[in-house]
Design a binder for this molecule. Sequence first.
Ligand SMILES: NC(=O)C1=CN([C@@H]2O[C@H](COP(=O)(O)OP(=O)(O)OC[C@H]3O[C@@H](n4cnc5c(N)ncnc54)[C@H](O)[C@@H]3O)[C@@H](O)[C@H]2O)C=CC1
Ligand SMILES: [Mg+2]
Length: 295
Amino acid sequence: MLQKSEPQYLVPKYSLLELERLLGKLGQNTQRIEDSVLIGCSEQHDAWFALDIGLNHSSSINASLQKPEMETELRGSFMDLRKAFLQLNAKDVSLLSTAQALLRWHDAHQFCSRSGQPTKKNVAGSKRICPANNIIYYPQMAPVVITLVSDGPRCLLARQSSFPKGVYSALAGFCDIGESLEETVRREVAEEVGLEVERLQYSASQHWPFPNSSLMIACHATVKPGQTKIHVNLQELEAAAWFSHEEVATALRRNDSYTLQQNITPPLRLPPKFAIAHQLIKEWVENPACPSLPA
Ligand SMILES: NC(=O)C1=CN([C@@H]2O[C@H](COP(=O)(O)OP(=O)(O)OC[C@H]3O[C@@H](n4cnc5c(N)ncnc54)[C@H](O)[C@@H]3O)[C@@H](O)[C@H]2O)C=CC1
Ligand SMILES: [Mg+2]
């Protein structure tokens, strides 16, 4: 749910009093405030909590609550989370991403997997405890490596059929149990495009709420100049190709509005700014030789 506040969109933020009033108006029990989870604090050190007042929430008191009513009451509209990210500043993207992931984790961990008894959230929402056996459950993230492979003058980008039209990104893959990040990078690059990674350098990381909660670990990698023939794994990818520095730099410069005109084959499109893949590609465009990589 985002609220339009010209010229941008905002995540709805309320004080405790305002929230109590709002829940009352929506016919919800104010007890629900106890389901809130701590997601951060303002620069003035005011604590920020997130609460799911979604229509299909299991503990929704008033099941007949309609989406349009809620949109009118909150003066906003519901939208897809990825689309919402395109409208928000970096701070709100981070808050919304944490809120979504943490609230979803709580919703999916209502019961102890050992005793089958209901688990109980602590006040901050940083864990759940089973009162029957004192097992503590902590929110989990799945580590994922994302790697921009380069052979020097070109970088390798790939797309999955689920990506929007024309969008290519860096190679990504979940870490398997027991693997180091380096091993995951080498395995994923070999599995998806049949290339052997020569050198590897960590760049940055990002929390990513899709599909559940991942920690994206971004790296630059190089392959030997003579060993660049791609074998695309069509079970994982729709396509993969080498792109020149000029092609990628042009795609980065293009105003990426993501609104496609019909009947026009889109040129190379890159992931949106909020995705770490975008940062990784931008870094390579600004410094294609990656001189900081050890020789
Ligand atoms: N923030 C960013 O810039 C980007 C984020 N991503 C994210 O990276 C993730 C991984 O990329 P893929 O190429 O899809 O991974 P992948 O190459 O490992 O293949 C996905 C498959 O891995 C399996 N898998 C193993 N462990 C899993 C787990 N913990 N959760 C879900 N599936 C698991 C499933 O069968 C799934 O279909 C995606 O969820 C995507 O949202 C991908 C590209 C850019
Ligand atoms: Mg992959």
